[in-house]
Design a protein around this ligand. Structure first.
Ligand SMILES: [Zn+2]
Length: 136
């Protein structure tokens, strides 16, 4: 009953609306609640990021010590692996250590291009794909 009169007269001094459900409260204050939630969410995310950053810097020395210890234990194994000669797709022989750098070189790209251009299967596949695109 009181709720009905409050809705009818809309008094300015009554701050507490009696009998209002949670859903009604949410609908009345939707923008305010959403902005508060967003602000709260962003502060939590920022706090979490700050914590991660601090942990990263705290553990830096620990990681260095572990890497040094690992290097001392496995020095010979790592050196052997890095100097191992592997054969690239393009046909060049490169050391394991330089394989990623080699893949960025013009020589590697040029060799791969020539290999794929001379390959009939590859050419047929490209032609099929392009003809499909044209049909669509
Ligand atoms: Zn290569």
């Amino acid at each position: 009953m009181e709720k009905k009169f409050i809705k009818m007269y809309q008094p300015k001094l009554n701050k507490v609306q009696i009998g209002r459900t949670q859903k009604e409260y949410f609908l009345d204050n939707k923008e305010k609640i959403m902005s508060q939630n967003k602000k709260r969410r962003l502060t939590i995310i920022e706090k979490h990021r700050k914590q991660l950053r601090e942990n990263y810097h705290k553990a830096k020395e620990q990681r260095r010590a572990y890497a040094k210890e690992y290097w001392e234990k496995n020095k010979d194994k790592i050196k052997k692996k890095n100097t191992q000669i592997i054969k690239c797709l393009c046909g060049c022989e490169v050391s394991f250590r330089n394989r990623i750098k080699h893949r960025k070189t013009d020589k590697h790209k040029k060799n791969l291009k020539s290999i794929f251009n001379n390959n009939d299967l590859f050419n047929n596949r490209i032609q099929q794909e392009t003809s499909k695109e044209i049909e669509c």
